[in-house]
Design a protein around this ligand. Structure first.
Ligand SMILES: Cc1cc2nc3c(=O)[nH]c(=O)nc-3n(C[C@H](O)[C@H](O)[C@H](O)COP(=O)(O)OP(=O)(O)OC[C@H]3O[C@@H](n4cnc5c(N)ncnc54)[C@H](O)[C@@H]3O)c2cc1C
Length: 376
């Protein structure tokens, strides 16, 4: 019957499509449902950064493995994904930050990450025109990267279509369970599709989808705004992270020269509102020009908003729930694009009961959520 799959995936972002891709590569028939168009959620709203500089061995390892998958993606997906290794540079404007980076670099270097602490002179060479006011140095990892999320998701969806189907503009409205195990989903076109395994990868809406089966999960949406500028001549290669509380982070798009960036509002703004604000555009312009004065006057050509999906400890959830066959894969805490390939691979292995090299307790739905990722 063509209304029956091995696995149903809800959500057409990086997490849903990566999970579907790796399941399909194992020969499973995957039906993926996206209420809008593929990438319409956070994935198409991200600023494309891929980094490996994290604070715990687990996060660093996942990020390094994910980067390896991005590196070979061109061949694996048989299409270009605009992957470019221009690096990430975390700036230190006070001693506390500098010491934090140095301590973390020691952990990261032990894991063979090509990261080092560099001084102001070197930073000036990497980012000509950067303001050195209060600047002490920075953590630089040249193998960190950027890629195009639209091309990545498109490539993953192609794999899913080889053995299954991708339904866009199709919202899952109900999930039917029988004797505590999943049976089927019903779409907003009143069509029913059956599978013994259903993966909730609905990004910022993951709680809403879990509520369809009366489950409450600890993932909360947090609103973030972003912008892109007109194209200018390329003069730096890496994602620059100004880690001051009123800082920002931005990158110059490979090949095109536009600057794409955002900042984390303090305090955080809960919710899924995707409306863009003038306040953000003005503030982002001010923060960028404070860091690189020659950017003053550059035109912002588009701005938007999206949401991070936050867990209390900053680590994702990849786990089956008490309802047999109902999986949660999400809570990417603002790192879903960069970690997506590896998390999709982990989810596919976990679902098919194949071993993976991580302690899956770290991704459990029922964990204590006490540890914290420092490099947010
Ligand atoms: C401004 C901004 C900048 C960011 N920058 C970066 C970055 O540089 N690097 C990085 O790694 N991460 C970044 N992120 C985070 C990253 O975008 C997310 O972690 C990642 O995209 C999450 O992917 P996802 O697949 O879980 O969610 P999504 O991409 O949101 O996908 C979930 C999908 O589920 C669909 N859906 C929801 N409910 C239903 C339903 N009932 N039926 C069918 N479909 C449904 C939604 O329409 C959506 O498309 C950024 C995020 C934002 C907002």
């Amino acid at each position: 019957m063509n209304n029956t799959a091995d696995v149903i995936v809800i959500g057409g972002g990086i997490i849903g499509t990566a999970t579907g891709h790796y399941l399909a590569k194992k020969g499973l028939k995957v039906y993926l449902f996206e209420k809008n168009y593929l990438t319409a959620g956070s994935t198409g709203r991200c600023i494309c950064g891929i980094r490996q500089q994290f604070s715990t061995e687990l996060s660093i390892r996942i990020a390094m493995e994910s980067l390896k998958k991005f590196k070979t993606m061109h061949d694996e997906l048989e299409q270009d994904v605009e992957f470019h290794q221009g690096g990430y540079l975390f700036l230190a404007h006070d001693d506390e930050k500098a010491n934090t980076y140095k301590n973390l670099i020691a952990i990261q270097q032990k894991m063979d990450l090509d990261v080092s602490y560099i001084g102001v002179r070197e930073i000036e060479k990497l980012v000509p025109g950067i303001s050195t006011v209060d600047l002490l140095g920075g953590a630089h990892c040249p193998s960190d990267a950027q890629a195009n999320p639209f091309l990545v998701v498109d490539g993953y969806a192609k794999t899913i279509r080889r053995t299954g189907r991708v339904f866009d503009h199709t919202r899952i409205q109900t999930i039917t369970i029988d004797h505590d195990r999943v049976v089927s989903v019903t779409t907003d076109r009143n069509e029913i599709y059956f599978a013994p395994t259903i993966v909730n990868a609905a990004g910022p809406s993951i709680r809403d989808v879990a509520e369809l089966v009366s489950l409450e999960i600890p993932i909360y949406p947090e609103r973030h705004e972003a912008m892109i500028t007109e194209q200018i001549e390329r003069f730096f290669d890496m994602m620059i992270v100004d880690y001051r509380s009123d800082g920002c982070y931005f990158n110059q798009k490979w090949g095109k020269g536009s600057i794409i960036g955002c900042y984390t509002p303090v305090p955080n703004v809960p919710g899924k509102d995707t409306g863009a604000s003038f306040m953000f555009a003005r503030e982002m312009g001010r923060r960028m020009a404070r860091l690189i004065p020659k950017l003053k006057g550059i035109k912002i050509i588009r701005q938007w908003a999206g949401s991070y999906s936050m867990t209390p400890d900053g680590n994702p959830i990849v786990d089956c729930t008490d309802i047999e066959g109902f999986w949660i894969v999400g809570g990417m805490c603002g790192h879903g694009f960069m970690l997506g390939p590896e998390i999709g691979w982990v989810a596919a292995n976990h679902i098919t009961e194949q071993t993976c090299p991580y302690d899956m307790k770290t991704f459990a739905l029922k964990r204590d959520f006490l540890s914290k990722e420092v490099m947010k």
